[in-house]
Ligand binder design. Structure first.
Ligand code: NDP
Ligand code: 8X3
Length: 253
């Protein structure tokens, strides 16, 4: 039986790139996101993977997460080696008084509560076999607050703390818990944040070379290919032209 990786938010960006890298590493893949057609398209590209199973799932829906978990093949549940908690978003960029409640709720429900629902479903399977790795995708925004980042930064800071606490809770069961905190990476992230405004999204990446989704996928590869006695706790990965959440070396390129 192959080892399986579960990736949330696999329909684009870091999640899709991670699926490609883990297929190269020989993992069976369980790919979750809301957009089924994107998942199916990705599955059709991953012919090298031993097994690819896609499930349209909104991680904010705790009952849907439970249904997905109950429906998963029990034979596969015994071989879950990796959970990548990646699904997430920023919605809007406003001062705290101007933020929209609906944006705040979407970020909190996805980035924090969705991660919790999926983790709660998957951890018992890892505990049963006394092994597994969980990688939570946080952000430089979880390490440093920045103007107009307020609720997004807070959700990622929450994931940073959850990662540390999960690591302690799961220590007796041989389960490793890591976090990756990327800086600016060009994915659908900014298009989502600015609600389809391409000019606003493009402006984020002007004048410097951002990270690519593949850079984060390679970081996942690094974590999962360490020997069993090595646990990578926390990695901050930034573009070379970014020194902090807000400090960039931008040139006219
Ligand atoms: P993308 O927008 O390209 O990918 C986000 C993924 O999350 C998509 O697959 C989306 O799928 C999924 N997703 C969003 N909401 C839900 C939901 N409710 N249920 C299930 N899946 C959901 O952005 P990135 O790849 O950049 O983002 C991945 C993670 O990395 C996020 O947590 C983000 O906060 C974080 N991050 C991003 C950085 C960047 O600069 N790009 C930097 C630091 C961290 P679908 O819409 O199909 O549901
Ligand atoms: C995404 C990076 O700096 O836009 O988490 O918040 S940032």
């Amino acid at each position: 039986m192959v080892n399986y990786a579960i990736i949330t938010g696999a329909s684009s960006g870091f999640g899709a790139a991670t699926a490609r890298v883990l297929a190269e590493e020989g993992y069976g893949l369980i790919l979750l996101a809301r957009r089924k057609e994107k998942l199916e398209q990705l599955k059709s590209e991953l012919s090298g993977a031993p097994d690819v199973r896609v499930y349209p799932l909104d991680v904010r829906d705790d009952e849907a997460v439970e249904r997905w978990a109950n429906a998963l093949d029990p034979a596969v549940k015994k071989h879950i080696a990796l959970l990548v908690n990646n699904a997430g978003l920023a919605a809007g960029k406003n001062t705290i008084d101007e933020g929209l409640l609906s944006d705040w709720e979407q970020m909190i429900d996805t980035n924090i509560k969705g991660l919790l629902y999926v983790s709660k479903a998957v951890i018992p399977w890892m505990k049963q076999v006394l092994q597994g790795t969980i990688i939570n995708i946080t952000s430089i925004a979880g390490k440093e607050a920045y103007p107009q980042g307020n609720v997004y930064c807070a959700t990622k800071a929450a994931v940073d703390h959850l990662t540390k606490s999960m690591r302690m809770d799961l220590l007796p069961f041989g389960i490793r818990v890591s976090s990756i905190a990327p800086g600016a990476a060009i994915t659908e992230f900014s298009l989502v944040r600015f609600k389809g405004n391409e000019a606003a999204a493009d402006a984020v990446y002007q004048g410097f070379e951002p990270l690519q989704a593949h850079d984060i996928a390679e970081t996942v590869r690094f974590i999962v290919t360490r020997p069993a006695h090595v646990s990578i706790h926390d990695l901050v990965i930034m573009p070379s032209a970014q020194a902090s959440a807000t400090m960039f070396n931008k040139k006219a390129i």
